[in-house]
Design a protein around this ligand. Structure first.
Ligand SMILES: [Zn+2]
Length: 228
């Protein structure tokens, strides 16, 4: 599709046959300028999408939030790297058609992930599931994006622990060794955390046999109101 050799317009990727692009009627200098201007806008959109994704993980925190954050982080840095590579190429007048397409392919990914989390939560009308378990560790990091996790004994087959995203108050409330109930919305395939409450606050299996973690059936619970 983009064979090397043919000189292409930086703006519209048409093959150049003269000093001015026949398709968009721009000189190579003007095409470079237009490309870089569009690139700034698209990079802004890409950054906004990444912020939207992070915001969605706070509003509807997926149980497997860390894996999703790592994936989105990789997409973010690859996308940013591609944008810089396109910009450098445009300044030097190199062929950037393929880099441009790679960047454009990545651009919607953070938006799609953010949308996926919102749809997963908004269309989820199943009742919250309560999982009785025990806190075995805590993890908090106050970087640009504050991260707070309660490490609990997992209730899922084949897993030892869950790193449950929690709000600031939940993080402060629980200590290692404490029995808790993790409330999980099933979602449309992506389980997300409704909240964590002390085990003795609920009438259910009594605290005292925290390991292995037990799961209780469906029961109505409030929607999450104090997302971090
Ligand atoms: Zn052109």
């Amino acid at each position: 599709m983009f064979r090397s050799g043919a000189q292409r317009c930086l703006n519209c990727d048409a093959v150049l046959t003269g000093p001015v692009c026949e398709s968009c009627e721009l000189t190579p200098q003007a095409a470079s300028l237009v490309l870089r201007r569009k690139l700034v806008l698209r990079t802004g959109l890409f950054l906004l999408g990444s912020l939207a994704f992070v915001a969605a993980t706070y509003r509807y925190p997926p149980l497997d939030v860390d894996g999703m954050l790592v994936f989105c982080g990789v997409v973010f840095f690859v996308g940013l790297g591609l944008a810089i590579w396109v910009e450098r190429g445009a300044i030097r007048g190199s062929q950037v058609a393929i880099r441009k397409r790679l960047f454009l392919a990545l651009l919607p990914v953070p938006w799609l992930l953010a949308g996926l989390l919102v749809v997963n939560a908004k269309l989820d009308d199943a009742k919250v599931r309560e999982h009785y378990t025990r806190v075995v560790g805590k993890f908090s990091m106050s970087a640009i994006v504050p991260t707070r996790r309660l490490v609990v004994v997992s209730w899922r087959a084949g897993r030892r622990f869950e790193r449950v995203p929690v709000s600031q108050s939940e993080y402060a409330q629980f200590r290692v060794g404490q029995e808790v109930v993790v409330e999980i919305h099933p979602g449309l395939g992506i389980p997300w955390v409704a909240g964590v409450v002390p085990a003795n606050n609920l009438s259910g299996p009594t605290a005292g046999d925290p390991s292995p973690a037990r799961s209780q059936g469906w029961s109505p619970r409030r929607p999450r109101s104090d997302a971090p």
